[in-house]
Structures are given as C-alpha cells and as structure tokens.
Design a protein around this ligand. Structure first.
Ligand code: SAM
Length: 289
C-alpha cells in the first residue's frame, strides 16, 4: 500500500468526486430521516495543502485552487455551493491551506441524526483518521479492508445511505473489483445510493468497465466523466469518472449544467471534455454531453 492521498488532495478528480458527494448528501437531507455514509476507502480526512507532500505535486492548485479563484455563473455556483461552502469554512482567512477529504466533508454537512462509517486500511492513515474523529459519536472509523465492508457493513441500520467507493487504483484489476464490489453491495442494499470513483488515463479499460456494469442487474446507473486533458501522452490521470447508482432525480440535470463550467475552469489543454449519461435506466443514451 504505497498510495498516499495527500499528494493528490484537492486535485481535479477530488473536485468532481467531492462536489457530487456533497450533492448526494444534501439530497438525502431533503427527508428528516437519518442516513449513513459508508466511505470504504476514506483516507486521512483532512489535508494540509501547505505540507511538503501536497506542495511537491501542487495538484490542488489546478483543482480546488482554480475553482476557488473562478467567477462562477449563478447556476453552477448554486450546484457547487454545499461543497465550496465546506472548503471555505475550513479556510476562513481566504487563502486555502486545509482541504476536506470525503469523510470530513460528509461530517461537515451532517445534521445531528446522520452517521458516517469510514474504512481505512493503511495503518498510519487509519490512526490519523481516527484521531480526527476522536470522541465524535456520529463517526465510526474502522481499520478494515473497504471491499469487505461492502458485505459486512451493509445494509446500514438506518436503511438509507450513500456508499462511496474510492479505491487508490494502485493494483491491477481495480475496475473489475469495483464491478464485483458493487454487485455484492447492491444485493445487500438495493435501495442505497452508490458513488464509485474511477480514473481516466491512457489505456484504461473504460468500455469494458461500462459494459460489465451494464450487465449487472442494477437498474439505475448514471455515469459522469470529466477529462481535463488529452490522454495521448499522459503518464498520470487525464480525468476521472463516477458511477452513481440510484442517483437523485435532479442529479443528471445538475451535472449537465455544472460540468461544462468545471471543464472550462479545470481544463489543462484543448482536449478537455465531459460527458454525463445513463448507463442503465431512465432514458438510456450513449453519451449525451
Ligand atoms: N475517499 C478519500 C477522499 O475522497 O478524500 C480518498 C481516498 S484515497 C483515493 C484511497 C485510500 O484508500 C487511501 O487512503 C488508502 O490508504 C486506502 N486504502 C487502500 N486500500 C484499501 C482497502 N483495501 N481498504 C480500505 N482502504 C484502503
């Protein structure tokens, strides 16, 4: 386990993932009833962007850094508000030095009744995450393989929930594992909202991944992708995608409005692109941008 998220915190992929996570949480909160977020690969929760590691790559500068500096048109500003408000709350002086990872973001958006179960397998990251939430009875941090939690921790006792699956993709076969993990989880908790993260980069088996998902017996799956550059000679990520199972009915429309704006802000070359479409369910379409 070599992956450390501190090198990537706040980058363009985090922006997409966290903006969508915030929308999913706000949507759940339209009903008073409590819900649970299961974060299977949680990270350390709070990132110091002035740290040596974050400064070394400086990835956040082309992610949250650009977004905070941008003048947003009103519709996009409204859609991104829950996410950006949380980031700003952590950085009251304006200059951004602290960035919320998924568990911290979720916790910041919670009402008193909402709960978080966060899994982290890296021993040091687990310790940091559990210290962050020490004494917080709304959060349970467990040093467990996140893939196992998809069986062991579902369904949540609240019977309402969001499951974020955000693996590091440092070993072969993570796309297949995502599909298998989703199928396992969905059988146990078909009413849950799932958000699966995946990287876009040269040679990534995206078609096969989408085909495998389509074959799973899961009726409502929305896909959204944002590429910030061409993947032709990219060594790292050129973009990232999310699969959202059982999305809120407003989400596709919100993504259609906000992602072109994000694309323009986060673009690193003229090949930046975005697409949002149903993989299964609603009006299935092949890629409508
Ligand atoms: N979800 C976090 C966020 O959005 O802020 C970022 C998570 S980062 C991409 C992936 C994390 O998964 C790393 O902290 C890594 O240590 C952890 N990890 C790797 N393999 C794991 C496993 N099998 N189970 C749980 N955590 C794992």
């Amino acid at each position: 386990m070599n992956y450390r998220h501190i090198y990537h915190a706040g980058n363009f992929a985090d922006v997409l993932k966290h903006a969508v996570l915030a929308l999913l949480i706000r949507y759940m909160q339209k009903k008073d009833k409590a819900f649970r977020v299961l974060d299977t690969h949680a990270g350390i929760g709070l990132y110091d962007l002035s740290s040596e590691e974050a400064q070394k790559t400086g990835e956040w500068r082309d992610g949250i850094g650009r977004l905070l500096d941008a003048e947003l048109e009103p519709q996009a500003a409204e859609i991104l508000k829950p996410y950006l408000d949380a980031v700003r709350e952590l950085n009251p002086k304006g200059e951004i030095t602290r960035y919320p990872g998924s568990p911290k973001l979720a916790r910041m958006l919670f009402r008193p009744q909402d709960r978080l179960a966060a899994m982290e397998l890296h021993p040091e990251d687990y310790l940091r995450l559990s210290r962050l939430f020490e004494g917080d009875f709304r959060v349970r941090v467990t040093e467990l393989d996140g893939w196992l939690s998809l069986g062991a921790h579902l369904p949540p006792k609240e019977k309402r929930g969001i499951v974020l699956v955000d693996p590091p993709f440092e070993i072969e076969g993570e796309y297949e594992r995502l599909v298998k993990g989703l199928i396992t989880a969905y059988r146990r908790f078909p009413g849950g909202t799932y958000c699966l993260w995946y990287p876009l980069k040269k040679g990534a088996p995206i078609k096969e991944f989408h085909e495998a998902l389509k074959e799973a017996d899961i009726p409502k799956m929305l896909c959204t992708e944002l590429s910030v550059k061409s993947d032709r000679d990219a060594t790292g990520l050129s973009g990232s995608g999310l699969i959202i199972v059982n999305p809120p009915f407003t989400l596709k429309d919100e993504l259609h409005r906000a992602l072109p704006v994000l694309k323009d802000i986060l673009a690193q070359d003229r090949y930046a692109s975005t697409r949002t479409f149903w993989l299964r369910g609603e009006e299935v379409s092949d890629e409508d941008d």
